[in-house]
Design a protein around this ligand. Sequence first.
Ligand code: 6LW
Length: 492
Amino acid sequence: MTLVGTHTFTNPVIAGMHPDPSVCRVGDDYYLACSSFEYYPGVPILHSRDLINWTQIGNALERPAQLALPPSTPSSGGVYAPTLRHHDGRFWLITTNVAPGGGTLIYTADRAEGPWSDPVRVPVEGIDPDLVWDDDGHCWCTYAGIWQVRIDPRDGRVLSDPRKLWSGSPGAQAPEAPHLYRIGGRWYLLIAEGGTERGHAVSIARGDSPEGPFEPCPANPILSHRGSGRPIQNTGHADLVQAPDGSWWMVLLGVRPGGGTPGWHVLGRETFLAPVTWQDGWPVVGELLPEMPAPWPVTPPEPEATRDDFDQAGLRPHWLSIRSRPDSSWSAGDGWLTLHARDRSLDDPCVTFVGRRQQHRSCTVRALVDAGAGRGGLVVRLDENHHYEVEISDGEVRVTARLGSMRHTSPVLPVPSGPVRLRIDIIAADGGDGHPRQEPDMIRLGTETEVLAELDGRYLSTEVAGGFTGRVIGMYATDGTVRFDWYDYEPG
Ligand code: 6LW
């Protein structure tokens, strides 16, 4: 939920780990796809009627035949930057699975909510593939570097040799995330450069043909917050879309660092929205602020339910597992989410886990957990090497923090047998009276009535853990069968 009034909206428009947004419009409906890395199902698909309020309507990759993430897939490996387009009455999604056995893959669907097809493999070596069709019906696949081939997207055949289109601005690293558009009789090549960290930027070039040559915009980068004190940083990896009223918009990724210096972002890279105008045939990106004037009257959405009772069969699309979700490892629908342990530790690649993205800087998560004779609980996860969990086993609750090669466990709290309410509070630091080393947030873990540990949140940030993901707060089982009656996520 991003609306703060009918005339104002807040950025990000899609909070929590939703990086590398790609957007397309069909009539009055917008659809958007993001990267999903080691999480399963993959590639969240969101829908909006106003570019501001977005609802997740599914995941494109939700069957093992569509998404294979073997145990050797590292965290922040897996599915990178998709492009989502609507062409010839169908949705087309192209993405890269960088996991062993993956590759560049195209999926199609009649409806964005799915079902999506099995993948068509394109023998292209590179990340961030884009798809565009020219007036002759030729399909161009442009990817990081910036390189391009002509392909047949129906069977994945490559029909031309790779050609280098552009290297981006002189001296800038990592020209990537290309999107190619035909706008007003010209072809525009939008890219990200500078790397996905603080130097991130968006640049553009134009030409008369999809194959170039391309002339860089004299005002490049057309968007960057590098070197500024703005609250939204790492701005880049953008896509353009035109609204039915003719106005232009950019979706892009950015982060919200918290705490002192160097600033730690804990929610991953989020999706932001910025207005675009045109001057002399070049796009000009409007100011990107945490609070923005709404371009049109926006209807506030229904408040999101804070509780999942697990009384419907299946899991809602925002629930994520790690690398896979075998049917034998879970069930829901009788008012409980039942998890059966596979791997024995959250340090392992195939742990049984069901979680959702942390989307607010402060939030409270609670769950009613019956561990029976098993072991499990609630975890704040950045990756295998960086997680804080509150866990029940053998009639005791304990908090464990795993950070790199270090592990620390709190004193234990004995609890009676039967369901126990576990609770995690994440409390963002008040930036107002911060000192240079101030933590971005504090994470309190325990039961409903007892706090067992209060831990500095900086260690579960991307700046500390590395990689491309943000926090996911989940339920897990590492021994036997663990049942969850409900899970509450309450924004703070
Ligand atoms: C993605 C690249 C990037 O493929 O990060 O920010 C990589 N941009 O374009 C992973 O998300």
